[in-house]
Design a binder for this molecule. Structure first.
Ligand code: GTP
Ligand code: SPV
Ligand code: MN
Length: 580
């Protein structure tokens, strides 16, 4: 197989000349191809078959123990000017990065097969979708791309029709962490990733293309590429709202997108359009519409059980690829908080001993096609996307941030998004539980200077009269003993209901310096055992702590110098003054 697209043909040829693979395989995306690759990896020991009776067609992959999460310190944005990448990114000049990567890629595919993986991010017939081609020497990456994207022949045909595509070159190299780099060249629509076989480092359609390159493209073309889930909320009366929500990695996007209403909320329905990434465009009427560029989930496994997320639990009962989970005596996948059983083998394949810590890696993941989700919305395939009523920002904050509040207007909402802070999680290498600024949950994913990014967000105010309302939530407030104050998961529906009531203008609110908060009694607590004083503290605003927060935001904003939009500075000052 080859292609009629000359640029693609030449890139494949040049890449093969550099990396020197034994074979080139053009992926067609068929089930037969998927099955053959699974067999190949089973034969090599790269995959382990799990209990085929209880977990049919499920496989386990153990990644290298040094290669288990994103590597932000090895991720670079390579723009001609350092200021284009901004203080929020590691920067290297394109010349230096190309030189370094060319020497790493030189001959790296000897003895290996080079997979040419054409894919489409978004519905194949959507004007909002964008195509890419990943070249990789990893069969694991190839099968994951089949589950996560619209991969194969149809994507290649679209590339041949349109001519334009993002290029992503990936090699697992020798998995040496000292020879690991994830490079982005936005101006060349090019990604080069070497030395990792894990998740967002290696599945280049996801964070590298659909967020880092796409955010840069979107800023030039007038749209937004965001780290957001997309869900549909339907009321018992059949009223439907679409909500996009940005939370940092491992802060609850997949869980919220697949929410199951508690029994006391009969008649409410949540359907999933996306669990990680949203591409947002204004349509001709000024309505913001969202598509999910992905068609599969790469979700956090630990904590998934029938109580927290039955949809996810059921969805991964057949067909997924598990990465870095433990295994029990019945050769079934096992993870922390799955059930009361004990594992026999940990994520590294060692016999499990209690004292060794978690049996499944805290960032262990499942990869599964979105259609397997019991709450899957067929609108995820609608080329026009869905109209967004509300945008929610949020993070993991032990203290300070209330359960929910609403921004006064779009401009204030941009400040709320730009001010997001969250405790770090196992999704990235590094310390866990450290509070850091993570604007719009895009700190690891924005492919250009945050100052310019906020200016781009602010510009929407001039382009539409009917932008979504903006909210902030925090499911993670804790008491002194580290216990979560809010039950979370299915009960988050109660907060979503207040949000759509606000969007529909059906409910009042209490105006505070940080925004609008729910009046007592406006969040439906029917069937929920939560003390009134806890509810009160979840919805309280402490002016002194918020003043400290505002000063912290000011010093963070200071890092962006002249790139920081004046409107954002003024907006922050307004809030600080209002706090007294
Ligand atoms: P990425 O895929 O890394 O972008 O993560 P995500 O934002 O999709 O996070 P996910 O939904 O996978 O949740 C991560 C962890 O947070 C899991 O261990 C969940 O069990 C936990 N979690 C999710 N929602 C809630 C919630 O409402 N309350 C509490 N306490 N924990 C939650
Ligand atoms: C995240 O870390 O936000 C993820 C997982 O969704 S990864 O694709 O590895 O970035
Ligand atoms: Mn994510």
């Amino acid at each position: 197989m080859s292609t009629t697209n000359e640029a693609l043909r030449k890139w494949v040829q040049d890449t093969a000349a550099l990396t020197k693979p034994d074979r080139i395989h053009w992926c067609d995306g068929s089930d037969a191809e998927y099955n053959a690759l699974i067999q190949l990896m089973l034969g090599r020991g790269d995959l382990i078959e799990l209990n085929s009776r209880t977990y049919p067609n499920c496989y386990l992959h153990r990644s290298d123990p040094t290669d288990v999460a994103r590597v932000e310190h090895l991720t670079f944005v390579c723009t001609p000017e350092k200021a284009e990448a901004g203080p929020n990114n590691n920067w290297m000049s394109p010349d230096e990065a190309h030189q370094q990567m060319d020497s790493l890629f030189d001959g790296c595919m000897r003895g290996r097969t080079m997979y040419v993986i054409p894919y489409c991010m978004g519905p194949l017939d959507s004007p909002y979708a964008r195509c890419g081609v990943e070249i990789s020497d990893s069969a694991y990456v190839t099968v994951n791309m089949k589950l996560m994207t619209r991969m194969g022949k149809a994507a290649l045909q679209r590339i041949e029709r349109e001519g334009k595509f993002a290029r992503g070159l990936h090699s697992t190299g020798d998995l040496d962490p000292d020879r690991r780099f994830i490079m982005h060249f936005p101006q060349e629509l090019l990604i080069q990733s070497f030395g990792s076989g894990y998740g967002g480092n290696a599945l280049l359609g996801k964070k590298c293309h659909a967020l880092r390159l796409a955010s840069w493209q979107a800023s030039r073309e007038g749209w937004l590429a965001e780290h957001m889930l997309i869900l549909e909320l339907e009321s018992p009366a059949g009223e439907r709202h679409y909500i996009a929500a940005a939370f940092p990695s491992a802060c609850g996007k997949t869980n919220l997108a697949m929410l199951i209403p508690p029994e006391s909320q009969a008649g409410w329905k949540v359907r999933t359009l996306g669990d990680d990434i949203a591409w947002l465009h204004l349509d001709a009427n000024g309505q913001l519409r969202a598509i999910n560029p992905e068609s599969g989930y790469f979700g956090v496994v630990p904590g998934t059980n029938p109580k927290t997320n039955r949809n996810a639990f059921d969805m991964i009962q057949r067909d997924p690829i598990f990465t870095n989970v433990a295994v029990n005596a019945a050769n079934e996948p096992w993870w922390e908080d799955k059930d009361k059983q004990e594992p026999v083998t940990d994520w590294r394949g060692r016999p499990w001993v209690k004292t060794n810590g978690a049996a499944a890696h805290p960032n262990s993941r499942f990869t599964v096609a979105a259609r397997q989700n019991p709450s899957y919305s067929p609108l995820a395939d609608d080329p026009a996307g869905v109209p967004i009523s509300a945008i929610i920002f949020g993070g993991r904050r032990r203290e300070l941030a209330p359960l929910v509040y609403q921004a006064r207007d779009w401009r204030h909402g941009v400040l709320v998004g730009a001010s997001v802070a969250s405790e770090t999680t196992a999704a990235a290498i590094g310390a866990v539980g450290v509070t850091r600024r993570d604007p719009m949950a895009m700190k690891p994913f924005c492919g250009y200077n945050f100052g310019d990014y906020w200016r781009h967000w602010l510009s929407f105010e001039q382009r539409s009269q009917q932008l979504p309302k903006i909210f902030h939530v925090n499911w993670f407030r804790q008491d002194k003993n580290g216990k979560f104050l809010w039950p979370g998961f299915g009960d988050n529906l109660r907060v979503l209901r207040w949000i759509v009531d606000r969007c529909a203008g059906r409910v009042g609110a209490r105006e505070t310096p940080i925004g609008f908060l729910p009046n007592a009694g406006d969040i439906d607590l029917k069937g929920l055992d939560i003390a009134p004083e806890i509810m009160e503290s979840l919805l309280s605003v402490d002016p002194t702590s918020w003043q400290t927060e505002m000063r912290d935001i000011a010093s963070y904003f200071g890092e962006f110098g002249a790139a920081l939009p004046a409107e954002l500075v003024a907006e922050r000052q307004r809030v600080e003054r209002a706090l007294g």
